[in-house]
Design a protein around this ligand. Structure first.
Ligand SMILES: [Zn+2]
Length: 447
């Protein structure tokens, strides 16, 4: 295939429509429902048309498969740069994402060193190129006020921690939070907030299991942090709340019109799913009754986004005594497959999943994909809903080699097309690392 010729705008004021380089045909999720279509895809990996394609271009019919847009995972920790104990790199993390049907990840800034200035951001950008299987949007931490202006011209989004976390020990002083949120609103980038208020944390007894962990970081801490954010955020702030765990949080954020995400672990697991530290996460897993109420809101389409909060830790570190074990679990590879299985079983509607996993997260980050529509990037999946499987950590691709969803039913994408190029075939990664660092389209214009 010859590379497309790039023409300048001045010598070609009315460019001829680009011809389709190839056509993907079959039942596809288009405009809210499954319909039989032909998708014309350009040489450079853009969807040109959806419908009938009059073309002699090569055609791939997906047969019994269903064509879906690729997902966006707003929240991952690939821990590069970091120590060996973190057992993950941008290359291994993005490969798992590709296999799981994710075409873009938002990579969090609490690496070692944390991304708080342009130098650490540039270092991480350099690590993406030539390594990433899919695109990566880099969050920066707004902890150094003097770096904010320069960071805003280069980062993809900001991540604000309201409680201490790995590598970012001090959350903003409460008195400075309002001015900081106002400043972030002016800078125009999306801001994801970790909403736990540490003044509500309890240290009365040493936590020994996930039930104790829920008591140590109780629902009141989440509700207080969300109330603070809603009180102090200016309307112009492109705010998103990470990993909500409570039905009350859903109701309050929806009423305020603020974007937010829930993770598969908070939607599917509760504090009694396991007794050890494998399910130690921040914010904690909640009681089954709370989980079910969150899941019911998700089924009703009231949770705008799902995200994995992929945070792999070695088995050895998770086997430490509970108080010393790190928080977090892997999940980028199983995010979509777990929920596709829920669609297959009939509990979850495909339109709800496509909106929460594909369309809204991409839109929040200002990315032209997540829907099968002309002009969007051809980030596409072929899913065969008959190919049900059980999650088996030995067959996943995470170097940490464990999952809290062992034995759960899942449906992994059969094929994944990234910019129109096949990167997953028969569930295995067959691509080359062509992922780049992306920024919101609206932010690029401000640069
Ligand atoms: Zn996180």
């Amino acid at each position: 295939m010859t590379p497309p010729v790039r023409r300048s705008r001045t010598d070609d004021p009315t460019p001829a429509p680009k011809p389709a380089a190839w056509v993907l045909a079959g039942r596809a999720f288009v405009r809210g429902r499954l319909q039989s279509v032909e998708i014309g895809i350009s040489e450079d990996g853009t969807i040109l048309s959806v419908g009938k394609v009059r073309s002699d271009a090569p055609r791939h019919d997906v047969g019994e498969g269903v064509i879906l847009p690729s997902a966006t995972d707003l929240h991952v920790h690939f821990r590069e740069p970091g120590t060996a104990e973190h057992v993950e790199t941008i290359a291994t993390g993005t490969t798992q994402a590709a296999i799981g049907g994710v075409a873009l990840v938002g990579e969090m800034p609490n690496t070692d060193p944390p991304v708080t200035g342009v130098e650490t951001l540039a270092d991480k950008e350099a690590r993406v190129h030539g390594q990433a299987a899919i695109d990566v949007l880099l969050y920066a931490s707004p902890t150094e006020p003097r770096s904010l202006d320069r960071l805003a011209t280069r980062a993809g989004a900001f991540k604000l921690y309201l409680s201490p976390t790995t590598e970012i020990a001090s959350p903003p002083d409460p008195a400075e939070l309002g001015p900081l949120l106002a400043r972030l609103a002016e800078l125009g980038l999306p801001v994801s907030a970790h909403a736990e208020d540490p003044t509500h944390f309890s240290s009365s007894s040493e936590p020994r299991n996930p039930v104790d962990w829920d008591s140590a970081r109780p629902p009141a801490s989440e509700l207080a942090a969300i109330a603070t954010l809603l009180r102090l955020s200016p309307p112009a702030l492109r705010l998103h709340v990470a990993h909500v765990t409570l039905p009350e949080s859903v109701d309050r954020l929806r009423a305020a019109g603020v974007s937010f995400e829930a993770t598969p672990h908070h939607l599917l697991l509760s504090e009694r799913s396991r007794a050890d530290a494998l399910t130690k996460v921040n914010p904690p897993l909640r009681p089954e009754k709370t989980r079910r109420a969150l899941w019911e809101r998700f089924l009703r389409g009231e949770v705008p986004c799902v995200a994995s909060d992929h945070a792999p830790h070695s088995v050895a570190s998770k086997e430490r005594p509970f108080p010393l074990a790190p928080s977090g679990m892997p999940g980028v590879e199983t995010l979509l497959p777990l929920l596709l299985a829920a669609v297959r079983s009939g509990s979850l509607g495909l339109p709800v999943l496509a909106a929460a996993a594909c369309d809204r997260p991409a839109r929040w980050l200002g990315q032209p994909h997540g829907r099968i529509a002309p002009g969007h990037r051809a980030h596409l999946l072929v899913v065969d809903f008959r190919q049900r499987t059980r999650i088996d950590a030995r067959r996943l691709h995470a170097p940490c080699a464990w999952t809290a969803f062992e034995g759960w039913e899942a449906i992994f994408p059969r094929e994944h097309y990234f910019h129109g190029q096949k990167i997953v075939a028969d569930g295995e990664y067959v691509g080359r690392p062509a992922g780049v660092v992306v920024r919101p389209e609206f932010a690029s214009r401000r640069r």
